[in-house]
Design a protein around this ligand. Structure first.
Ligand SMILES: [Zn+2]
Length: 156
């Protein structure tokens, strides 16, 4: 935690992008973030200067929910696909918070409870497993050095 004055606060805020569960996360703002960007959509979702608060696990899950392939260039997305990513970002993060996050080891929260979201993951760390929607095989590839899970049949 750090105490800062208003000038410093404004400077800090410019280093972080729009946040999925905040008021500045609107469809119009998301379209601006994606416009003219020739980089994979997964990289932008995880770029904290553009969009704050989406980590590696949730970026894969959001793109599966939106049926968008993680390698798609941000500028190539249709209005409908951006709208799906917009909705999925909010519902998946809300759901993750409700289930106290995603924990794989022995991490527990302050009340001693384990994170329960890992049971709800559709693609993350499910390489080779059957897709819960189409039955095809979940694949894994690296994007910007990070493991990225997706279903090649469901995600276009
Ligand atoms: Zn599938």
């Amino acid at each position: 935690m750090k105490l800062v004055d208003n000038n410093e606060l404004a400077a800090i805020k410019t280093r972080f992008g729009i946040e999925p569960l905040q008021n500045n996360f609107t469809l119009a703002n998301l379209k601006k973030v994606f416009a003219n960007r020739r980089v994979p959509i997964k990289s932008i979702l995880m770029n904290q200067q553009k969009i704050s608060g989406i980590g590696n696990i949730y970026a894969s899950e959001i793109l599966f929910a939106a049926r968008v392939k993680p390698t798609r260039l941000a500028e190539s997305l249709t209005a409908q696909e951006i709208s799906k990513i917009f909705q999925a970002s909010k519902t998946i993060l809300k759901n993750a918070i409700k289930h106290r996050g995603t924990t794989f080891s022995d991490y527990v929260d302050a009340s001693g409870k384990k994170g329960g979201f890992s049971k709800l993951l559709k693609v993350y760390e499910r390489e080779g497993d059957s897709c819960r929607v189409c039955g095809g095989k979940i694949e894994n590839m690296k994007i910007s050095g990070r493991s990225t899970y997706f279903c090649p049949k469901c995600q276009k």
